[in-house]
Design a protein around this ligand. Structure first.
Ligand SMILES: NC(=O)c1ccc[n+]([C@@H]2O[C@H](COP(=O)([O-])OP(=O)(O)OC[C@H]3O[C@@H](n4cnc5c(N)ncnc54)[C@H](O)[C@@H]3O)[C@@H](O)[C@H]2O)c1
Length: 352
């Protein structure tokens, strides 16, 4: 490995995560060859199998190794019915997000073929926006507790944690991204009418940050209205920025608009530091091991990762190859095709 070669850590994880990661690696290998990329990778066998066998989610010092030796991390998916607590998934996935402070969760929603949109009379141009989800705070920090568990008087409390710094940095990232990509419309979404404390902070930070970007037409929508508007007319959106939980939910709606979870990639970013890339979908135990999972989200995720590493041409090629596969009906059953995971992945890798 030359000094300039950048290293990627692949964590296939569980269920279909393992299957789609194999296809992502095929695509990466093809792109390394065709574009002469100075990129190398290593695969880590962390997931339910290892957790059940050894009681270890990930080895001590794992995050330091990532920080020191890796440019990016790719995670397939985590979650296995044999681990009902989901402990290993929380350790690996949330552990990576929180320990590496990956505060930007970027979820592009791009319709690659109009036939895949569940809405009537929508073209590819109508569904093309990006969601920025705050990734390190909100309801997902795990603050709270249960009192009188399993009794009729049980009480459960889940805290929504918002910091001024945390909210401001994701807002700034979204505005900067819009500016850098020639996007003119930004929508911040919260539920400040019902959550005046936590989301009141979002309102105050937004009012201040937007003043710094007069060239971007920014507006606010409550999340329930945004939800409705995304279905009614997705073409009005270019950049959406929101909190952890609403971003999680909205990006599944976004995935549906672009043809389903099998087509949705995402990035977890801390600018200038090692970042993590993953499909939006989970480990789908209901279809695992059947060679039917759609590998396209994983290939598009490789594209996002390469784009982040400065290989824009290779990234564009990955997206184009997926578009071609859809056009040629080389698809898995979720998109109406009869190809398997491996066969779709092979076809895409050959195009790359
Ligand atoms: N980032 C992650 O690792 C992640 C994300 C979501 C859920 N999960 C975990 O995954 C497990 C299953 O969760 P779930 O069922 O709610 O969500 P899921 O995304 O795994 O599956 C939801 C539905 O979409 C289908 N689907 C998902 N990806 C697909 C693909 N690539 N091709 C074709 N169909 C696909 C599944 O078959 C299922 O019907 C749980 O343990 C959950 O905690 C992990």
């Amino acid at each position: 490995m030359s000094e300039k070669t950048r290293r990627i850590a692949f964590i296939p994880g569980d269920g279909i995560g393992i299957e789609v990661t194999a296809e992502a690696i095929k695509a990466l290998e093809a792109l390394i060859k065709s574009h002469g990329l100075a990129v190398d990778y290593r695969v880590f066998d962390w997931g339910a199998e290892k957790y059940l066998r050894e009681g270890v989610s990930l080895p001590e010092g794992a995050f330091d190794i990532f920080r020191r030796d890796y440019a990016a991390i790719f995670i397939g998916a985590l979650g296995d019915p044999r681990v009902p607590s989901n402990q290993h998934a929380a350790d690996i996935l949330l552990g990576t997000r929180f320990n590496l402070d990956l505060y930007v969760n970027q979820r592009p929603v791009k319709l690659l073929d109009a036939r895949l949109c569940p809405l009537k009379n929508r073209s590819e141009q109508d569904v093309d926006f990006v969601i920025f989800r705050e990734n390190t705070e909100g309801l997902y920090v795990g603050m709270g507790g249960v009192f009188k568990k399993n009794t009729p008087d049980e009480i459960a409390v889940q805290e929504d944690m918002n910091t001024r710094k945390g909210v401001e940095r994701i807002l700034v990232y979204a505005f900067e991204y819009a500016g850098a990509h020639g996007l003119k419309k930004l929508c911040m979404s919260d539920k400040a009418n019902a959550l005046p404390f936590g989301h009141g902070l979002w309102q105050r930070a937004f009012a201040e940050v937007r003043k710094r970007y007069p060239g971007i037409e920014s507006r606010h929508l409550y999340v329930d209205t945004l939800n409705m508007e995304l279905v009614r007319d997705p073409s009005q959106f270019e950049v959406i920025v929101t909190c952890n939980m609403f971003g999680d939910i909205l990006s599944d709606l976004g995935a549906a608009l672009q043809g389903g979870l099998g087509l949705a990639p995402s990035a977890n970013i801390h600018p200038g530091q090692v970042s993590m890339f993953e499909t939006v979908h989970g480990s789908a135990p209901n279809i695992a091991g059947k060679n039917v999972a759609n590998p396209m989200a994983a290939v598009l995720t490789v594209g996002m990762m390469l784009d982040h590493l400065g290989h824009a041409q290779a990234a564009a090629r990955a997206e184009e190859a997926v578009r071609e596969a859809i056009r040629e009906n080389v698809t898995t059953p979720d998109l109406g095709g009869s190809f398997g995971t491996r066969e779709t992945g092979d076809w895409i890798a050959a195009r790359l």
